[in-house]
Design a protein around this ligand. Sequence first.
Ligand SMILES: *Cc1c(COP(=O)(O)O)cnc(C)c1O
Length: 412
Amino acid sequence: MALVNIHFLNLQDNYLFADIAKKVNAFKVTHPQSDVISLGIGDVSQPLCPAVVKAMHKAVDELATSDTFHGYGPEQGYPFLREAILKNDYLARGIHLDIDEIFINDGAKSDTGNFQEILHWDNFIGVTDPIYPVYIDSNVMIGRCGTFADGKWSNVVYMPCTAENDFVPEIPKGRHVDVIYLCYPNNPTGTVVSRQELRKWVNYALKNDALILYDAAYEAYIQDPAIPHSIYEIRGARRCAIEFRSYSKTAGFTGVRCGYTIVPHEVTLATFEGERIPVHQLWNRRQCTKFNGASYISQRAAEAIYTPEGKQQVQATISYYMQNAHKMLTVLKSLGYECYGGENAPYIWMRTPGGTGSWTFFEELLYGANVVCTPGVGFGPSGEGYVRFTAFGSHETTDEALRRIANWKNQQ
Ligand SMILES: *Cc1c(COP(=O)(O)O)cnc(C)c1O
């Protein structure tokens, strides 16, 4: 008898974006003349930049003739891309890495989801709340999270991030945490972590023999020079932290698929006998067994981001989205809404007025202004009473959405 992995049955089946789509569809059926603008889901709207497109065409041409054809590449990624990452994303910021500490992948979702595989099943995990759902769900699938009640898993430590604590998570007291997921700039709140705060986490991990899984998918959006782009800017992080990066939001690669993970040689995990096993060795073994590399075309595309034209073009698109974010912050605040994020990240986290529930506000906005946002509670219990807006739309749709929200608000 083939038995099911029962942990999958514990997953909460109401997937946030499916629920949103259902509600939006219900609205469209009853209001066929209205057109709805979505500032909800976190996908980009602007096309790939010309430098990337050129590199992809060239890569396809190479695959078309036997002289320049590429079959399987290295599981860890091609040296040309790993060298470009090392030079531009790390050495340029004074961070030294070995080239073999860089693992190219097909996007950060895969690795942030897969990394828990190399951890013992009863490690205690800690997450900031609200949170990108992948971290928890991937741990649920392997049976690490306990039971679900009142919006929380019994074996997960939730560290609330709300306006009341300036979105700065507190170091867990009482309960020891073995594995900590941090995401900065944060999805969904759009807030960032200061060097000082990040140092607190690194020190906690070193002192308590914990592992930090640091998701820096939005680092390219940081505008303030004082904000760290990498956890390795903090002394000691090479001994306790893994870093995930993605080209999805940086360069519009959500459909191309490429990212990378940094696994420093010094990070180790313990056995019950007290032996220390290098995470690098475990992760390399895992990747060689289960992953055959990101496509040659994607990796050539990613390499092009680091050319002078590529850098300039990618920066122009990031500025384009950040102009949206700035406009959204300005308009929403002028309407009297309490807003956070949006300065170093493409997300605005807005408190719903008068303590309205996230889903109630979502529906009011949908029916009143025909604009879609994401209910904050979908990202965790501390997201209740907030909604998320993304700056990934075009200027035109963003402006129109803001006009509708202003009209709706002014009619109330
Ligand atoms: C979008 C996003 C990613 C990137 O996922 P990809 O698989 O690289 O497209 C990773 N982490 C967070 C928090 C994200 O929002």
